[in-house]
Design a protein around this ligand. Sequence first.
Ligand code: BJ8
Length: 424
Amino acid sequence: MADYRQMWTDLEMDLEKHDLLCEALPDAFGGIYLSQENRPQGMDFFDFVVAEIHGVRPAELIEHQQKGGKVFGTFCVYVPDEVIFAAGAISTGLCGGSQFWVPGGEKVLPTNTCPLIKASVGARLDKTCPFFRIADMYVGETTCDGKKKAWEILASDVPMHIIDIPQMKRAKDIDGFAEEIKEFIKVVEDFTGNKVTAQVLGESIKLINNKRKALQRLYATRKAALVPISGKDALLVTQIAFYDDPTRNAQMVNKLCDELEERIARKDGVFPENAKRILITGTPMAIPNWKLHHIVETAGAVVVVEELCTGTRYFENLVDESATTLDAQVRALAERYMKTNCACFTPNPGRIDDIIRLVRDYKADGVIDYNLQFCGLYSTESYLIKQALDAQGIPLLHIETDYSEQDFEQLRTRVEAFLEMLGK
Ligand code: BJ8
């Protein structure tokens, strides 16, 4: 990585601690990613993004701030990025995916809190992530209890707005969410000093839809019998989409897709055709959480799709672009976001339907239900998923894990036994 020490010092980061993180990442990335064979050339850009992860994009965000722009940090796929970009601001995903940040979170949170929340709080309070330092305002949501309470702790350190996400999807809940979006528009306007008009919101809806369309195209290539990209690489692309510039991101993903489509045409896969195809469902995998994909793919199977927020939940549905008034656009946003099926909703049959549909579309041989420890929402929903998949005869492995490497070998053994059972 180039030298960004002055930038990190200006951000009042803990440089000594941050150095430890910078030292560990290249080895981890090299072992998991660069060791793969026959990778698409288009992954070079995404490798570069990781190599410069705490440098290039943070520097761009700071440049934006120096020109008077604002940066919003978000933690959930229910936060409408369209509103933020419409006000001339930038949205960046902030979910922590590294064990490195967990002890910092445990200083203020109960140990039995999900690692995603602990890592996110730790990254802010320990001052070891530039993105967490740069964001002018954090946008939280009322999805799970752990997050709701974590926002109260973070709010003492950084300006925070909370979006009230409904818990059900009745007509009145969607109306209520539209009202929340209107309130969010007002908050963003006041904070940025920029008006969100129907025209800029319309442009912003197209901008974010284009990013989603590029990711849809990427995932479509994974349906091929000879998969042209590993699950690990596809996961990385999706993770990066949360914080890269949306226009550049769509361009780079589309460029990668050109190559992948050519590979499909000449039958050049990264795994043999008889490799078992796995769908992963469950809690999100924030960067640099690559543990499960690494285990599955070094055991000879291939992850073909993720029913995760770092997967199809992020981009499957588009916002209707035909609305021309602010009211109609807000309605279109509310309807689009309420199509996403997170376990924080009750009832949530849409997620089960999604999993079964994706198993069919991607010709998955089996499903791994991945739960971060202490996430009561997803681990409870697992029961209904198992019932539904059993009824369809779809093999399922349920795992519960955290960000540490302690259970790595144990998980490997369980995954290998599962693949064996699929008839590897
Ligand atoms: S839409 S999955 S990003 S809430 S933080 S719920 S893992 S205990 S992240 Fe999420 Fe939005 Fe839903 Fe997606 Fe569980 Fe942890 Fe809570 Fe989590």
